[in-house]
Design a protein around this ligand. Structure first.
Ligand code: G3P
Length: 295
């Protein structure tokens, strides 16, 4: 009985999400991401959408992230053969699509595919048969869905140029209504040149800096890492759990927010909040709200 009700709710959500998916972007840019970065409260980010329950990087997961009142919905994007940016996390499409059966391809990357090929893929049924038929959204389609009604995106660049990313943000008039992040710090430097006003966040740790491989200790977010990030003109850092109170305090003293990924445990979230992080990136935003409420 509970399962049937749950499935009905999910179907309703998928319907609403599909509707949202086709909605035109009607809101003028209001700099909402700038305002969020200025606020003092904890920021909750739905990682790849509400990816614990719905297929990551698809509109149903984005919709659920918004429904769970995440401050931002995170997504990842890659460029394809035709220069279109599509939402995907992994380097290849095998884990989260049916590319092997639909296109008879294995280990293909986004760059190998045309728009038409990407449109043929099912990005939902791997997660659960109830999501069969869920398409891969382009970055543009994802932003239209997420940014509607005051929503906010944390868009993680995987591949594609700063110019290609900036073109989408400018077209949809959402500069500073969302945040762009990347592990590729050269891309972040390019973003500053192409679209200087756009807020960016640096993802870490890096594996190397200027060709020098970092040791495990050097991957902890410390003064050196923060000073490197400051050169990029970013507004914050998004780091894994290799954080210390001193590193966070130093980042704060330089005006940077610190986000941590990917936290799916209440106790761990509470420990990180006590350490001073400003935002938590999670596959389950409801869990983080509970961690905040019960800390
Ligand atoms: O948002 C941070 C997180 O997404 C970084 O890791 O592997 O999911 O891109 P990854």
């Amino acid at each position: 009985m509970i399962n049937k009700t749950y499935i009905k709710l999910l179907s309703a959500a998928a319907f609403i999400a599909a509707f949202t998916f086709t909605m035109p972007s009607s809101q003028a840019a209001d700099g909402r991401a700038l305002k969020l970065m200025e606020s003092d409260r904890t920021i909750v980010v739905a990682h790849r959408g509400f990816s614990m329950g719905a297929p990551e990087n698809t509109v149903p997961a984005f919709f659920w992230g918004k429904l769970a009142e995440a401050d931002m919905v995170e997504l990842d994007f890659y460029v394809n053969k035709e220069g279109t940016l599509f939402c995907l996390h992994d380097r290849t499409l095998d884990r989260t699509t049916d590319i092997r059966s639909t296109l008879s391809l294995t280990n293909a990357t986004m760059l190998d595919l045309t728009d038409a090929q990407v449109r043929k893929l099912d990005a939902g049924k791997w997660k659960n048969p109830m999501y069969a038929g869920t398409p891969m959204p382009s970055l543009e389609e994802a932003l239209i869905a997420i940014q509607a009604d005051g929503g906010m995106t944390l868009a993680e660049h995987k591949t594609g140029s700063a110019a290609q990313c900036a073109a989408v943000l400018t077209k949809l008039d959402c500069v500073n209504d969302l945040i762009v992040q990347s592990f590729n710090w050269n891309f972040l430097a390019d973003m500053k040149k192409v679209l200087p006003e756009q807020i960016t966040v640096a993802l870490g740790p890096q594996n190397e800096i200027r060709g020098v491989k970092l040791t495990a200790e050097q991957k902890v977010m410390d003064k050196t890492a923060v000073d490197e990030m400051l050169k990029l003109g970013v507004a914050g850092a998004a780091w894994n759990k290799q954080l210390t109170p001193e590193g966070i305090e130093y980042a704060h003293s330089k005006g940077l927010k610190v986000f941590v990924y990917t936290i799916n445990d209440i106790k761990e979230a509470q420990e990180l909040l006590a350490m001073g992080v400003d935002g938590i990136i999670t596959d389950n935003p409801a869990l983080v709200w509970k961690a905040i409420a019960t800390k």
